[in-house]
Design a binder for this molecule. Structure first.
Ligand code: BG6
Length: 462
């Protein structure tokens, strides 16, 4: 059986990591635009405004904004059935609270989406992928403030209407569950904390407002077009208990609960017992009105989008660790665990019984151009081969319904966590270094033809 004929093979990226031209067409600043590049040993710094002495990789990125036609040609050559992209919210609403959208921004995405369709590539759109308007953070306190619900819904409605009939698969917030996991979920939810704030409480309130915004967007998206398939998107990182000690099993179990908190609300449409247990564990209580309960119930998603990269090991004594004695460690300290993907898929499918869309998976490599000018990224081919094998097992043996597979960063792009360019994920190399130097020329890596063949054979030949 394996992949059905309609299986959506492709690649995925976010506007802020590829587009560049960060002020073109009246775009407003996004939260990504104020995250500076990292330097050796120093993580990326975040401010509420742009510091002229710092380098911001998203400002120019790989200039997909002006080069998208050529890049789409390359995606078409690889046989992409779809491309997961995001619409940059501040291109449509530069500040976020305006009455009318910015036509230039809408026009940009219209031309881009039409170009994809002309090349038989289905656009898969994330409404908010780490690039909410900075103005909403600085003026309204970001998702702490329920006013953002309407701003997001207005924005969503405008793009649902504009791209009606052109986009079928949508996702609301990228990796929304990282709001809880990150110490400072700046990119996920525009949050940094004041000294007198309880971070857990703010994260819960912000998440609640995002749940309501997402649910309302789902309701409106369905009203606008019954064919719209609107999903949530979570980072799904399964974990193993470190030992057979029951305390480690419980630690792993609590980790699992934390992972399902977001999907329970968006897929089941309610704060389930699992969610209430999680809130209790966080020491946070939340008032949920009857009206809000109805919105959550009505606005459940059609499918679950997930990113999968690696797995964790959990124990009572240490908490969460990346290192696993049974797995090899790749570059950037990544454990390589294809089986973890199968585990992720069945954990989600068996709990929710909703179609899954693997919208991110990939391996970062510091690819080098050899003396013949070629880029031999065999480690990437091996990585994908093993992961796709697990997806096939998941379909054949576990009966999981999978819509498609979009690899992260089919073309090299700016890394979110480090801001680097050399943390490369692509089948297509982009000539640009960590300091922003380079011609931006595109070169196919060895994996380009390999992935092309995988798509051509619908995964039969890996
Ligand atoms: C996911 C994000 O968390 O991981 C992407 O949705 C991100 O935006 C990707 O780029 C890979 O992470 P990084 O830090 O290597 O860019």
């Amino acid at each position: 059986m394996r992949m059905k004929d309609s299986f959506l093979w492709g690649g995925a990226f976010a506007a802020n990591q590829v587009e560049g031209q960060y002020l073109a067409g009246n775009k407003g600043l996004s939260v990504a635009d104020v995250v500076a590049a990292s330097t050796v040993g120093v993580p990326r710094t975040i401010s509420n405004t742009i510091d002229v002495d710092k380098y911001y990789p998203s400002h120019d990125a790989i200039d997909f904004y002006s080069r998208f036609k050529d890049d789409i040609k390359l995606f078409k050559e690889m046989g992409f059935k779809c491309l997961r992209m995001s619409i940059s919210w501040p291109r449509i609403y530069p500040k976020g609270d305006e009455e009318h959208p910015n036509e230039e921004g809408l026009r940009f995405y219209e031309i881009l989406i039409d170009e994809l369709l002309a090349n038989n590539i289905q656009p898969i759109v994330t409404l908010s992928h780490f690039e909410m308007p900075l103005y909403l953070v600085n003026t309204y306190g970001s998702w702490r403030n329920p006013k953002l619900i309407d701003f997001f819904v207005t924005y969503s409605k405008v793009v649902f209407l504009r791209f009606k009939g052109k986009v079928r698969y949508w996702m609301t917030f990228n990796e929304i569950n990282e709001t809880m996991n990150k110490k400072e979920p700046w990119l996920q939810a525009g949050l940094k904390f004041e000294n007198d704030e309880n971070p857990n409480e703010i994260k819960v309130i912000a998440s609640h407002n995002m749940f309501l915004a997402a649910a309302k967007a789902v309701i409106i998206g369905h009203e606008i077009d019954r064919n719209n398939q609107i999903g949530c998107m979570v980072q799904y990182t399964p974990a193993y208990a470190k030992t057979t000690n029951p305390k480690d099993a419980m630690a792993r179990h609590f980790y699992y609960i934390q992972n399902q908190f977001y999907t329970d609300i968006m897929v089941k449409g309610e704060y389930t017992a699992l969610c209430l247990a999680q809130l209790k564990k966080l020491g946070v209580s939340l008032e949920i009105s009857e009206e809000e309960k109805e919105i959550l119930k009505k606005g459940t998603v059609d499918y679950i989008g997930l990113s999968y990269y690696f797995t964790y090991v959990v124990s009572e004594s240490v908490g969460i660790e990346k290192k696993n004695e049974f797995l090899t460690q790749g570059q950037w300290n990544r454990t390589l665990d294809p089986i973890g993907l199968r585990l992720a898929l069945s954990e989600l499918y068996y709990r929710y019984n909703k179609p899954l869309f693997i919208v991110e998976n990939g391996i970062p490599l510091d690819d080098q151009i050899d003396e013949n000018g070629s880029i031999n990224d065999i480690d990437r081919i091996n990585f994908f081969r093993k992961h796709i094998e697990q997806i096939q097992l998941s379909i054949d043996e576990d009966f999981v319904d999978i819509i498609g597979y979009t690899t992260w960063g089919p073309i090299d792009l700016v890394s979110v966590s480090t801001g680097e360019m050399k943390k490369r994920y692509g089948f297509i190399y982009v000539d640009k270094d960590n300091d922003g130097n380079g011609t931006l020329n595109r070169t196919k890596k060895i994996s380009f033809d390999w992935y092309k063949h995988v798509i051509e054979t619908n995964g039969k030949e890996l």
